[in-house]
Every structure is written in structure tokens, then in C-alpha cells.
Design a protein around this ligand. Sequence first.
Ligand SMILES: Nc1nc2c(ncn2[C@@H]2O[C@H](COP(=O)(O)OP(=O)(O)OP(=O)(O)O)[C@@H](O)[C@H]2O)c(=O)[nH]1
Length: 383
Amino acid sequence: MEYVVASLILLAVLVVGAIGLVVPRRRRRELPPTGGSATTTLERPPTAPVEEPTLPPLPDELPPLVQAPTIEKPEPTAGRLVRLRARLSRSQSVFGKGLLSVLSRDHLDEDAWEEIEDSLISADVGVEATQALVERLRERVRVLGTRTVAEVRQQLAEELTAALEPGMDRSLRTAPHDGRPAVVLVVGVNGAGKTTTCGKVARVLIADGRTVLLGAADTFRAAAAEQLATWGERVGAETVRGPEGGDPASVAFDAVKRGIDTGIDTVLIDTAGRLQNKVGLMDELGKVKRVVEKHGPVDETLLILDATTGQNGLEQARVFTDVVDVTGVVLTKLDGTAKGGIVIAVQNKLGIPVKLVGLGEGPDDLAPFEPAAFVEALLGTDA
Ligand SMILES: Nc1nc2c(ncn2[C@@H]2O[C@H](COP(=O)(O)OP(=O)(O)OP(=O)(O)O)[C@@H](O)[C@H]2O)c(=O)[nH]1
């Protein structure tokens, strides 16, 4: 019995001992390595001293948030009419091919002279101017007797140039004076090309080193002011605008004031298109001019005439001339008509010089008007 009790005690001791040996081993396997230490201290890994991030230095001028529009560099104006001569191709066929081929016939009888008159009238030269021109030409041909094509061409060119009154002053009064900008008022019927002409003239002036401000006195159409401002952005000219439907005279006044305050050379004022038979609108135009003139006289009032409207344009012109004292005509869209003779009619009837001609929709398709170069372009080189 004593042996049994002793064996049981020994067995119990062995079992406890065996458990004691096994459990710590299992625990050790489950625990993460402690580096020999019995206690696990959560230490951060050694770190380098925290440094403030260093920002690169700011540039003197911050780049603009919105990309500024690229300012365009227009072509020089000198010789533009010659460069754009091909645009007169429709008129060229009337003058160069039509007239010259008749004039070069061996015998110029009454029928031939009538044909010549008809061609000139259908090219919008106007009846009176045509008759005067044909009379002079007949006389020269009669006196000269024998005629070569070159001689006839020369005589026709001289007569056409004379009819264009080359002695007229065609300079644009755009230079600042008396400490204030020159003011140019741009007028005409709807769609004649006023806004486009303002933009083209601004380009020319800026290319010549002038500073320009645009006044959007067309307050009827928001799109018109927008169109003008776009031209301004493209060439680097500020545009003064007013609220839609606002008083155009007040916008024009503000534009000139701003031009004076900022020392601008030339202020170009674009007005709304108006029909010459709308009395209220014509009165309004008169008001625009009077209000602007509180700052000083308007230097140039340009009437924009669409060449494709032909003799109708002359009627419009007369009414505008009565209201605002037009100092120069810009004949637009000559590229789209066979009636280049309208230049002669305009000057002949109105006694106002054509100063500029529009020969396309492109930004540089505006040329100073030069009678001799214009006639050369009309007659063409191959005649
Ligand atoms: N072919 C041609 N088109 C031109 C010329 N000048 C202007 N135009 C075009 O004629 C259209 C009318 O021009 P605008 O400048 O808007 O005319 P606007 O007189 O200001 O018009 P409103 O403000 O409506 O009175 C546009 O499509 C121009 O591109 C030109 O010399 N030749």
C-alpha cells in the first residue's frame, strides 16, 4: 500500500513537471522575440530630428492664373493694296478685261463707246462720273489717232485715277494732340463692317506703335461689344463697355475719359448699326457725337459703307453726313463685288475721300486707299 501511494505521488510530480516544461516552450513560440528581455517595451525606432520643409523661393512675378491671350503682330500697312490686289478680281474682269478689250478694237464707233459707258455704269461708277470720264477718253483717243493696247491702257488708267481725285487728303487723324487722345467715331448701317473695321484699324495703329482704346457704344447687341472686346484682346487694346441696353452716349463719353486719364493715343468708338431712315436712331447718333465732344472735338468720323450695296450706299451716306459730319469713308467688302467703280461714285457724289478699303474678313484685309495703285489693280497686269 505504501508503495502504491508513493508511486502515485511520484507520478503526479512527474506529470506536473512535464506540464511545466511544455507550457513555457509553447508560450515562447507564440510571443514575439523580446531581445532577451522579459518585458516588451514599445519603443519608436530612432528618428532623425524633424526639419521644417524648405519651400523654393517665390518668383518676383507670379505666373497669371489665366493664360493671357497671345497678342498678335499685324502685317505692315505699306503696300497692302498691292498685296491684296487679287481680291479685286471680280471688279478686275469688268475694267481690265471688259473695258480694255472694247477700247482695243480697231474702230471705235458709237456702239463701242456706248458699250464702254454701260460697263462703267454697271460697275457703279455712276452716270455723271461715267459720262465725264468717257468724254475725256474719247477726246484723247481722237487726238492720239493711232492706238496700241498699251497706249489705251495707259489713257484709261490716267482717266480713272483722275476721277478718283488723287489730291484728296486721305490721312487718318489718329495722332494725340493737346494732351489728349485723338477720337475716331465709326458709324454706318447694320452689318456694313463697323466693328470689324474698328478692330482692323486698332491693329494697324498698334503695329505703328500707338496705344489704342476701344469704346463699345453699340449697347443694343451684347455680341457686338463682345466682338469688339475680342479684337481688343487680340491686339492689346482695352475695351470700355457699358450695360446692355444702356446709353451709348454715356459709354462713348466714358471711353474718351478713360483714354484721357490713361494717356492713350487714339480712342476708337464703335457705334450701333442704324438705318438712315430711322429718325430716332439718327438723333441718338448726333447725341453720341455731342456728348463725346464735351471732352473736345471728334478728330475723325468714319462712315463705313458696304460696297456690295452699290448706289444704295450713297443714299445712306448722305443722311449720315448730315447728322455727324463724316470726314472719311471706309468702303468694305470690295472683295465681294464686281462694282469697284463705287469708289469713284462715293467721292464724286459726297466729296468725301475714301480713306480705307476692306478687301476681306481677315484681320489684315484693310488697306489705305491709294488711287493709282487701286486703278492698277482694277486693270490687272495681263491686260
Ligand atoms: N468679305 C468681306 N467681309 C467683311 C469685310 N468687312 C467686314 N466683313 C464682314 O461683314 C460682316 C459684318 O461685319 P461687322 O463688323 O459685324 O458689321 P457691323 O457694321 O459692326 O454690324 P452691326 O453691329 O450689326 O451693325 C462680318 O461677317 C464681317 O466679317 C470685308 O472687307 N470683306
